[in-house]
Design a protein around this ligand. Structure first.
Ligand SMILES: Nc1ncnc2c1ncn2[C@@H]1O[C@H](COP(=O)(O)OP(=O)(O)OP(=O)(O)O)[C@@H](O)[C@H]1O
Length: 247
C-alpha cells in the first residue's frame, strides 16, 4: 500500500476553547491539485497554518510521506518540501524579477544552507526557466516593485516554485486580480502539477472551475464535502451555506 504524500488525521486546532479546525481529516496525493473553499472563518488559513507548523494541533496528526510533522518547526517542514505563498506578495521590491527568482532558487532548504548554497550558475539557470514558466520573460530586468499587482503574484508563485518544494500551498493567489489575470493564474498553477502537488485556497468560483482540481469545502472548521466542482455545485447543503451566500 502506498503512503499518501500528505495526510491530516483528525486534526483539531483550538484557540482558547474555540475550535478553528475541528476533527479534520484530508489526504493529498503527490502531483495533485486540491482546492479548498469555504465561507469566511471556515478555517482554511488555519488548516494551512497547521500543515506548515505555524499553529500546533491540540490533537490529531499531520503526516508527510508517513512521517509525523505536526510538532516540527516551520523551518524543518520547509526542509521537507512544503512551501507556502501568502495572500500578500512578499517579493523583494528593490531587486529585479530575475534576481528575486535566483535568490529563491539559491536558498537551500536544508539546515546547512549556509555551507551548501547551490551554485550561482545553477540557480540563475533555474531562475531563467521559471521566468518563462510564469510568463514574465519581458519583465526580466524590471524591479519587482514596479510590477503590477498580478505580476507580483506570479513572481511570488515563481519564487515558491524555485524552492523545488513538493507541496505548494497558495493562499488566494488571485486576490486583487481581474478575470483575465485570474485565468492566466489558473493556467500557471495547472502547469505546476505533476512535479508539484498544489493546495489552493480561493473564494473565486470561476477561478476554481478553471483550476479543475479536487474541491474540499470547509465549514466551521470541519470538512463539509469533497469532490469535483460539479458535485460540490450540485450539493444543496453547500449551496445553502456557501455558494448561495456568495451569489
Ligand atoms: N490566532 C487566532 N486566535 C483566535 N482565533 C483565531 C486565530 N486565527 C484564526 N482564528 C479564528 O479561527 C476561525 C478560522 O479562521 P481562518 O482565518 O482559518 O478562516 P478562513 O477560512 O481562512 O477565513 P477567510 O476566508 O476569512 O480568510 C475564525 O473564526 C478566526 O477568527
Amino acid at each position: 500500500m502506498t503512503v499518501p504524500m500528505l495526510q491530516l488525521e483528525n486534526v483539531v486546532v483550538d484557540f482558547d476553547g474555540f475550535k478553528a479546525i475541528d476533527d479534520l481529516s484530508l489526504t493529498i496525493e503527490s502531483g495533485s491539485m486540491t482546492v479548498v473553499i469555504g465561507p469566511n472563518g471556515a478555517g482554511k488559513s488555519t488548516m494551512c497554518d497547521s500543515i506548515i507548523g505555524r499553529v500546533r494541533p491540540a490533537s490529531g496528526r499531520v503526516l508527510f510521506h508517513g512521517a509525523e510533522i505536526q510538532a516540527e518547526s516551520e523551518h524543518a517542514i520547509v526542509g521537507r518540501g512544503i512551501c507556502r505563498k501568502f495572500q500578500t506578495p512578499g517579493v523583494l521590491v528593490a531587486l529585479s524579477v530575475i534576481d528575486n527568482l535566483a535568490i529563491a532558487a539559491t536558498r537551500d532548504r536544508n539546515w546547512w544552507a549556509c555551507f551548501s548554497r547551490k551554485g550561482e550558475a545553477e540557480a540563475r539557470a533555474r531562475a531563467e526557466e521559471i521566468l518563462e514558466q510564469i510568463g514574465l520573460t519581458d519583465r526580466r530586468d524590471t524591479l519587482a516593485g514596479n510590477l503590477s499587482h498580478g505580476e507580483k503574484q506570479w513572481l511570488e508563485i515563481g519564487m515558491v516554485v524555485a524552492t523545488d518544494a513538493e507541496l505548494l500551498l497558495l493562499d488566494e493567489p488571485t486576490a486583487g486580480m481581474g478575470a483575465s489575470e485570474s485565468s492566466q493564474t489558473a493556467t500557471l498553477v495547472r502547469s505546476l502539477l505533476g512535479k508539484h502537488a498544489v493546495l489552493v485556497i480561493d473564494h473565486d468560483i470561476d477561478f476554481v472551475s478553471q483550476l479543475g482540481g479536487h474541491v474540499v469545502v470547509l465549514h466551521q472548521g470541519r470538512l463539509l464535502r469533497e469532490g469535483t466542482l460539479e458535485q460540490i455545485r450540485a450539493d444543496e447543503e453547500v449551496a445553502a451555506i456557501y455558494l448561495g451566500r456568495a451569489k
